[in-house]
Ligand binder design. Structure first.
Ligand SMILES: Cc1cc2nc3c(=O)[nH]c(=O)nc-3n(C[C@H](O)[C@H](O)[C@H](O)COP(=O)(O)O)c2cc1C
Ligand code: SF4
Length: 435
């Protein structure tokens, strides 16, 4: 439910059920709403069984990559005396994505519950929640909730009377997009510059402070107590499309729809139901032109693809893009796609950590070519130049920020070529002043 919108009958409210209810923010309020029951049940199970249940549910990471969560937890070494860590990725800087902040703002104990549950399953005594620097409100709410959880014995040396120790440390970032990448986040937590690390080693082998670490997104972790409480079969049953995509997904919808906001859908829901029914369709007198479905780092979709797309990991790939973080940017026929793609390229150029030549030079060069086209000074060979550049930026760098910049450029040229050609043929007034 995308507060302040009332729930739509086509939504399935699990994580967002209590958005907008201030009572859900307090420990007592959360307990009255059935909170901490999933954790209680998990703590009474052997920890391997908790991981197996999450594995059986089919839950996949909601941070973007869609990696199976239970499988990731199972990579943590067993019979190992070193400290294990859980990192919760609450950086949420992906353009168009605004769901994790709402989980933290309205249901902070849902995240704490998920973090303690996951820490127990992977054998971690400490969990770091890395919160994006700009999130003043979620930070304040989470700080109060963690204090309360300590006071009520959910955190600390005797978690819910089990004799087990689990601590949560809140860490506020400084507002860098790249610190959402898992290994950059760990470097940042260690007090280093937030540069992604070369993998392998993977975090489960050598992560935070060189120790075995699991990193999960806020939405992923918040889903786990529901899975333990109601069972893997229930979660698996939440599926309208491909059986490899289960559960609910918070879709952050922004742009030219009548009712932008967060909508919690069952995996496999048709994309057109989300846009035209739940979000109320386009603004009056306008028609749909394009959608970027998974945060800005994925290929752009055209109307034919939107029309046949099911919102799950496989469904969006089958329609030429990726589900990613579920941040959907909807654009109507008034949109200048060349301008929008240039704005995205500028963002990636600004946020590149600059370790890799292909990314450092490629994002900046892509931006300059797009600015040149928009200023009415494009050359006929510019489109091929952009495609060649994108090719050199894809699959060749330490992390996928470089690929993320290339994806909207390539799909934009392939699917909306006439927008570019209007500038190149000088049939469209320049949108930027030539410099
Ligand atoms: C440039 C970049 C930025 C990212 N930003 C975020 C982010 O803000 N939040 C997030 O959860 N994952 C982000 N990710 C994905 C993380 O690296 C990682 O896959 C995720 O936190 C794993 O959690 P999950 O398995 O629960 O999805 C980003 C990845 C890249 C390459
Ligand atoms: S791809 Fe870009 S952001 Fe990622 S490590 Fe290389 S330079 Fe840094």
């Amino acid at each position: 439910m995308g507060y302040p919108h009332p729930p739509n009958p086509k939504e399935t409210l699990v994580l967002s059920k209590h958005f907008g209810n201030t009572a859900a923010r307090t420990f007592d309020g959360w307990v009255k709403l059935g909170g901490y029951e999933g954790l209680k049940k998990a703590l009474a199970m052997p920890r391997e069984a908790v991981t197996e249940e999450v594995k059986a549910s089919g839950l996949r990471g909601r941070g973007g990559a869609g990696f199976p969560t239970g499988l990731k937890w199972s990579f943590m070494p067993k019979n190992d005396n070193r400290p294990h860590y859980l990192c919760c990725n609450a950086d949420e800087s992906e353009p168009g994505t605004f769901k994790d902040r709402e989980i933290m703002r309205w249901t902070p104990h849902a995240l704490i519950e998920g973090c303690v549950l996951a820490s127990y399953a992977i054998g971690a005594e400490r969990c770091y929640i890395y919160i994006r620097g700009e999130f003043t409100d979620p930070w304040a709410v989470m700080t109060r909730a963690v204090e309360e959880a300590y006071a009520k014995g959910v955190l600390g040396e005797n978690v819910m009377g089990t004799g087990k120790r689990i601590d949560i440390v809140l860490h506020r970032g400084a507002g860098a997009y790249i610190c959402g990448e898992e290994t950059a986040l760990m470097n940042s937590l260690e007090g280093k510059r937030g540069n992604p690390r070369i993998k392998p080693p993977f975090p489960a082998q050598a992560g935070l402070f060189g120790m075995p670490t699991t990193i999960n997104n806020v939405e992923t972790l918040a889903a786990t107590p529901h899975i333990i409480l109601r069972g893997a079969a229930w979660y698996k049953g939440l599926c309208l499309g491909d059986p490899k995509s289960t559960g609910t997904k918070l879709m952050s919808v922004c742009g030219h729809v009548q009712r932008p906001g967060n909508y919690e859908i069952t995996m496999g829901t048709p994309m057109k139901d989300l846009i035209f029914e739940m979000c109320g369709g386009m603004r009056p007198g306008r028609t749909l032109k394009a959608v970027i479905p998974g945060g800005s780092s994925v290929p752009i979709m055209n109307t034919e693809e939107v029309d046949r797309c099911r919102l799950d990991y496989e469904g969006v790939v089958a329609c030429g893009s990726m589900l990613g973080s579920g941040g959907m940017i909807v654009m109507d026929d008034s949109t200048d796609l060349v301008y929008q793609i240039m704005r995205l390229a500028r963002f990636y150029a600004h946020e590149s950590c600059a370790q890799c030549t292909q990314c450092r030079e490629g994002t900046a060069w892509t931006t300059r070519i797009l600015e040149r086209i928009l200023a009415g000074r494009g050359k006929p060979e510019d489109l091929q130049l952009l495609l060649d550049l994108a090719d050199n930026m894809t699959g060749k760098t330490i992390c996928v920020l470089s690929d993320s910049c290339a994806a909207p450029v390539v799909s934009g040229i392939q699917k909306f070529r006439s927008d570019f050609e209007a500038y190149l043929s000088r049939n469209r007034q320049p949108a930027l002043v030539a410099t």
